[in-house]
Design a protein around this ligand. Structure first.
Ligand SMILES: C[S@@+](CC[C@H](N)C(=O)[O-])C[C@H]1O[C@@H](n2cnc3c(N)ncnc32)[C@H](O)[C@@H]1O
Length: 292
């Protein structure tokens, strides 16, 4: 017997390879393959649109997660230690500009690190040169890139307090800050979580006013830390708070508070995410007006 199907009179069926005409099971497999193929084809434009639309996020995931995991296994060092090794062997010690450029090169060509980066960095440089702050607080030092960026723009006699809760990151930041030539009088690194440091800034560090605050730590800490700073009385009229990444990954609670509190004049500087193309980000610049 050559076939078990009742439809063997159909020209279409006869044109099928023998295997599909031999049993109902083969026929079922064949028809379900055809249906799945048709469904897959129907979804293809959707999938392609999705991939094209989010390509920059895929590239970011590849660079920030997959490449990092690969080098972690290959080198046995942390990403921050690898960055430090590169800066140590390629930058000019005592030259903050060279240290920043070397960092930027490594972060754009080798691995991704969420430093403020050169584009948003230039916006911050401009603000620092406009306001000439004497007392600066940074929340989130990581490897010390933004710390060096801020320190090199400060007027003589100014002091920067940089807060980092991760001891391993802080150790790298300390080496980078000292490599750039800044001593303990200009930059003091505080290894502790921000919510523990802010309430102690007056008593333990003798601060009376903060002229400039740079927020670049975990985004969920932005709002509580800003409220803690407001409560501490360290923000005075004209104090500037600059908060990075308020659009990506985003800090909606922080922005809502800024909008509703009425304590600030504020604006968003739109830019793209550091060392990435096509991912929109922004920094919020707040100028404290005090309670009216
Ligand atoms: C995005 S990185 C900072 C990048 C750095 N500002 C730069 O531009 O070079 C965030 C850092 O904040 C630190 N961090 C996160 N939450 C913190 C907190 N509540 N207190 C202190 N440091 C924190 C993390 O450990 C991480 O090193």
């Amino acid at each position: 017997m050559t076939t078990t199907t009742h439809h063997n009179h159909s020209g279409f069926l006869l044109s099928l390879p023998n295997i599909y005409r031999q049993s109902p099971i083969s026929w079922c497999v064949f028809s379900s393959t055809m249906v799945s193929g048709a469904i897959a084809l129907a979804f293809l434009p959707l999938v392609l649109t999705f991939i094209i639309r989010y390509r920059y996020y895929f590239v970011l995931f590849y660079r920030a997660v997959l490449v990092r995991m690969w080098y972690d296994c290959k080198t046995g060092l942390s990403r921050e230690e690898r960055a430090f090794q590169y800066v140590l062997t390629h930058a000019i010690p005592g030259d903050p500009e060279s240290i920043l450029e070397t960092f930027d090169l490594w972060c754009s060509k080798v691995e991704f690190i969420s430093n403020i980066g050169p584009k948003k960095g230039k916006i911050m440089d401009r603000m620092l040169s406009d306001h000439c702050p004497l007392t600066v607080l940074e929340l989130g030092s990581h490897c010390g890139y933004s710390t060096v960026r801020i320190a090199r723009a400060l007027p003589l006699g100014a002091r920067l307090y940089s807060v980092e809760m991760d001891a391993r990151n802080a150790a790298i930041a300390e080496k980078i800050i000292r490599l750039a030539g800044f001593d303990d009088d200009t930059v003091e690194l505080i290894v502790s979580p921000s919510d523990e440091v802010i309430p102690k800034l007056r008593a333990d560090y003798g601060l009376e006013r903060l002229d400039f605050v740079f927020m670049d730590h975990w985004k969920k800490c932005y709002r509580p830390d800003l409220q803690a700073l407001e409560g501490s009385g360290l923000l005075g009229k004209g104090s500037v708070v600059l908060a990075d990444n308020v659009l990506f990954p985003g800090a909606p609670n922080f922005l809502r508070h800024v909008r509703k509190s009425g304590l600030y004049e504020w604006k968003i500087h739109r830019a793209t995410l550091e060392y990435s193309k096509g991912i929109r980000d922004g920094m919020a610049e707040l100028v404290y007006q005090g309670i009216k």
